[in-house]
Write a protein that binds this ligand. Structure first.
Ligand code: BES
Ligand code: ZN
Length: 610
């Protein structure tokens, strides 16, 4: 009797715990099982003087349980009031401020309330938003603004249920100063208007991290029937040339994994402080101008962001612990697009560089952070943005492809996207789908990849003759061969950006000043206009203490803010006392021009105190 009572108690406690757990999302206070947001209407004024977005967010609710409140995430927002449809004010409470997460906002809902309007202003320090002065743009004529919401920064400019597990449609009315144009991750204008008021609509339901806005002196040019480019006037021509293959990429992607579901696919080139290579904002990829190499050699980034239109935007990771479902699938899909446009030889070269990078990064990561299924509870989801989600994810899927055979695998993947379109999925959901639908899945060592560290033995190898030849060139150069003889012996004039990347990386961290001078005299690396080559060259220059490249280093670190380039360079600088001094001196000048995503990382690298 006694023991059964005890059992009863334990069981009911467990139940209560589970019910609470079910609501407990890793990085959001939202309780979508009770009340979720199904549509958002933004009405915002963009004020460059005060660096504030001011106005309102009206949310339409799906109330799954009566008597329950609406829980929203906010960070740094000044809330003026909350009203219902009739304009009556509603009571709300704000939770304690938490680092990274911000505050919970609980809005009480009486019976019959299906929409709520939050009147608010964002803070000038909102982490998602970068406000650029005219001097910080390419053309230096007008101010510019852009947002970066992924992973949990949407809450710094829009009150929302900031979890990738909730989807909503949205519309917006944005008022901007004269001479500027606004674009969003939605239906977009192609020309400026005189009123400065722009209206937007996103009819497909999206998670909050895909909310995006850019405002600036923008021009548009078409690339094909359903794609085009936005950029500042002086960048547009170069951008259009570089993205020539975009329409073919869309066609190739559709042929692989089904129709493009977002109507148009456009790309906007942002000023160079954009902290990422690209961001897959639906209908409008945000891109860094550092891929404008002048030879179309860095367009894999466009293939990547386009691929997210399926992996990520259509089928979304449920939580940031499942981030590999977004990025690993996207790297896989990107590779397939590249292969289909440029051939297997070329795409294998890219795959090999990816594998090298992954192995390198594995040495630096904590064991637990090398599982595909991450555990980011209590941490910033940014910590999950490593080569694991991207490249271990890629090789896991490539292993599945190789074991299954391409034909069956492609049919499987296509059905994955079709069956789960506009849904958010967990890693476990994917593994169940594999067990149920992928022939021969039982014999595949899935668990070791997803719930285990490092690179399992079943990881495919990538052998490419192209790069073997480059390695030979590097090793002969480190021996007796003169830089001036490299061209004749290894046909370096046919080398692509990727050959050069591999060559420079194969030289290690340090070479003699003589060798550096030879290389520089022969190939003019210090003057290179290619960001990827410049980055690798400067890494070598820091390691080799090669003074003639140090002005270029300062210039590169000040003129662009892409974290992927900044972080390794500052890290290498911080390895010696002299380097650290130089790094800090450069950072003092460069920091005001960086986006918060980049300063967040570099502050830590340099031990920077504000
Ligand atoms: N979605 C990511 C960028 C991102 C991830 C932003 C996590 C914030 C949090 C985007 O698709 C991406 O992966 N960009 C890469 C380029 C790509 C070719 C690997 C980048 O910016 O380097
Ligand atoms: Zn991505």
């Amino acid at each position: 009797m006694k023991s059964s009572l005890f059992l009863c108690l334990v069981v009911s406690l467990l139940f209560a715990f589970n019910a609470a757990q079910a609501q407990n999302l890793p990085h959001s206070c939202a309780k979508p099982d009770e009340v979720s947001v199904s549509h958002l209407h933004l009405d915002l004024n963009v004020d460059f003087d005060s660096k504030k977005l001011t106005g309102s967010a009206k949310v339409t609710l799906d109330r799954k349980a009566a008597d329950k409140s609406l829980w929203l995430d906010i960070k740094g927002l000044a809330i003026e009031k909350v009203t219902d449809e009739s304009g009556k004010e509603l009571a709300f409470t704000l939770g304690r401020e938490q680092a990274d997460l911000g505050q919970a906002m609980e809005i009480e809902l009486a019976a019959g309330i299906d929409t709520v309007t939050i009147h608010y202003a964002s803070s000038p320090k909102a982490e998602a938003v970068q406000w650029l002065s005219p001097e910080q743009t390419t053309d230096k004529q007008h101010p510019f603004l852009f947002t970066q919401s992924q992973a949990i920064l949407a809450r710094t400019w829009v009150p929302c249920q900031d979890t990738p597990g909730v989807r909503m449609t949205y519309s917006a009315k944005i008022q901007v100063p004269p001479h500027l144009m606004a674009v969003m991750s939605a239906s977009n204008p192609q020309e400026k208007n005189d009123t400065g008021v722009y209206e937007f609509e996103m009819k497909q339901p999206i998670p909050s991290y895909l909310l995006a806005l850019a405002v600036g002196d923008l021009k548009f040019k078409s690339l094909g029937p359903r794609s085009g480019v936005y950029a500042e006037p002086s960048v547009l021509k170069k951008a259009v040339w570089e993205l020539y293959d975009t329409p073919r990429m869309i066609t190739a992607a559709e042929k692989l994994y089904g129709p493009y579901r977002w109507d148009r696919y456009d790309v906007i080139f942002l000023p160079s402080s954009f902290p990422f290579g690209g961001m897959e904002n639906p209908r409008l990829t945000f891109a860094t101008p550092t891929i404008l190499a002048g030879d179309r050699s860095l367009v894999a980034l466009i293939a990547h962001e386009l691929a997210h239109s399926w992996s990520g935007n259509l089928v979304t990771n449920s939580t940031w612990n499942d981030f590999w479902l977004n990025e690993g699938f996207t790297v896989y899909f990107e590779q397939r697009i590249m292969e289909s446009l440029y051939g297997r030889k070329y795409s294998e070269m890219l795959a090999r560089l990816t594998l090298d990078g992954l192995k390198e990064e594995l040495n630096e990561l904590e064991q637990r952070d090398t599982w595909l299924k991450l555990d980011l509870v209590g941490r910033n989801p940014d910590d999950g943005m490593t080569a694991i989600a991207y490249d271990k994810g890629y090789f896991f899927l490539r292993m599945l492809e190789e074991r299954t055979g391409r034909e069956k695998w492609d049919a499987f993947l296509k059905s994955w996207f079709e069956k789960h379109a506009f849904q958010s999925m967990t890693t476990e959901g994917f593994l169940d789908y594999v067990s149920a639908n992928l022939e021969g899945a039982d014999s595949i060592p899935v668990k070791a990849w997803v719930y285990g560290p490092g690179l399992p033995e079943s990881c495919p190898d990538v052998v490419t003759e192209e790069l073997a030849n480059v390695e030979k060139a590097a090793s002969e150069f480190l021996g007796e061969l003169k830089a001036s003889d490299l061209a004749a012996k290894f046909a370096t004039k046919d080398w692509t950006t990727h050959h050069w990347n591999h060559f420079l990386r194969s030289l290690g961290e340090k070479v003699s000043t003589n060798k550096m001078q030879e290389l520089d005299a022969e190939f003019k690396f210090t003057q290179s206009g290619n960001s990827e080559i410049t980055h690798d060259w400067l890494m070598l220059a820091i390691g080799s203490d090669y003074e003639p490249a140090m002005d270029r280093l300062e210039e590169f670190l000040t003129q662009q803010g892409r974290r992927k380039f900044l972080a390794p360079l500052y890290t290498r600088l911080s390895k010696t006392a002299k380097g650290l001094r130089r790094g800090k001196a450069i950072y003092t000048k460069a920091r005001p021009g960086y986006h918060s995503v980049s300063t967040g990382t570099i502050d830590k690298i340099l031990g920077w105190k504000q």
